[in-house]
Design a protein around this ligand. Structure first.
Ligand SMILES: [Zn+2]
Length: 246
């Protein structure tokens, strides 16, 4: 039986002479491998569908292994995103995190919706600050989905809600003055406040406040996110080296 699914192409590899195997993050089934016929032929309508970042409907025959598809319909090609080298680095960074951390066939509707909203904003916006902040926001939401999200409402050791003194990466969250580890780098109040907002504010609120975020705070958050993934999930992506330089 065939079904129509909605998804974003995260990765595309050549398969046999004319086809491709896509790694798709779908609304219905989460991560999904799809064998798409005719996708290597640039005259085929499937050619554009098979490009990473394409957001499309796919008519598939769903199986536990590799699903197959022969047609689809583009929802948004995200042409600006595809052609922008810098945006590509950030978007592929998020795609890699999804592919390496989520299980196949496990749906994450909230995360899917967040990815779509993020891609739409990045497609239509040139502001670097927003690009950086939304990437961090997405990374943080992914951590909560994976059950390893940072504790940013109280001291992770004692539950104290006042006298928050730092964000401690090995401990996985805020620490109060009593549990401050002096060997750890000390982050500013502005950085701690924004971490709290990244957990508690809506996506739309984060977009709205992005213009007021200072560069030092963004830099701190980038460092925190990179080191948090490294420490708690033992992973990094190729983009991280670029982030350090930019
Ligand atoms: Zn404490």
């Amino acid at each position: 039986m065939t079904e129509i699914i909605e998804g974003v192409v995260l990765k595309s590899s050549d398969y046999q002479e004319h086809s491709k195997i896509l790694q798709v993050f779908s609304k219905e089934h989460g991560l999904l491998g799809i064998y798409l016929r005719g996708a290597s032929n640039y005259k085929s309508p499937n050619f554009a569908l098979a490009q990473p970042i394409s957001h499309a409907f796919f008519t598939i025959r769903y199986t536990e292994g590799l699903s197959s598809s022969f047609k689809g319909e583009m929802i948004n090609a995200f042409q600006n995103l595809k052609l922008d080298f810098t945006k590509n680095i950030y978007v592929y960074h998020l795609f890699e995190l999804l592919m390496r951390n989520l299980q196949q066939h496990e749906s994450h509707p909230d995360l899917y919706e967040l990815l779509i909203k993020t891609l739409y904003i990045l497609e239509n916006n040139k502001e670097m600050r927003l690009l950086k902040l939304l990437t961090i926001y997405f990374e943080m939401q992914l951590l909560y989905h994976l059950g390893v999200g940072p504790v940013v409402s109280e001291c992770v050791v004692c539950g104290e809600r006042t006298n928050i003194a730092n964000f401690d990466i090995p401990h996985g969250g805020f620490v109060c003055l009593n549990h401050l580890d002096k060997s750890q780098k000390r982050y500013s109040i502005s950085t701690l406040e924004l971490l709290y907002k990244l957990q508690n504010n809506t996506f739309e609120e984060i977009v709205a406040l992005s213009t007021d975020v200072k560069n030092e705070v963004l830099k701190d958050l980038r460092e925190i996110m990179t080191n948090f993934y490294l420490y708690h999930l033992n992973m990094t992506t190729n983009a991280v080296k670029y982030f350090e330089k930019s």
